[in-house]
Write a protein of this length. Structure first.
Length: 75
């Protein structure tokens, strides 16, 4: 890993150590301090969350009203 992080190409490292380049990429993902997978963080805006919860409540209320009026019509 140190050689790759210092500038050795992945193709040259594969030839030097007689391994496939796919193995080099897997090693990089597992052991490299600089080239490893980056952590992705998803941030949800609070306003979107509040709007979603408000819509859920509105949908539940509409379902309750619809269900109760449908029962009255069927009687």
């Amino acid at each position: 890993m140190e050689e790759i992080e210092q500038g050795l190409s992945k193709a040259e490292a594969g030839r030097r150590y007689r391994v496939a380049q796919s193995s080099i990429y897997k090693w990089i993902a597992l052991y490299s301090k600089h080239y490893g997978r980056k952590l992705r963080q998803v941030v949800e805006h609070e306003s979107d969350w509040i709007r979603l919860k408000r819509l859920e409540v509105e949908l539940e209320q509409a379902f309750i009203v619809y269900s109760s009026s449908a029962r009255l019509l069927l009687k």
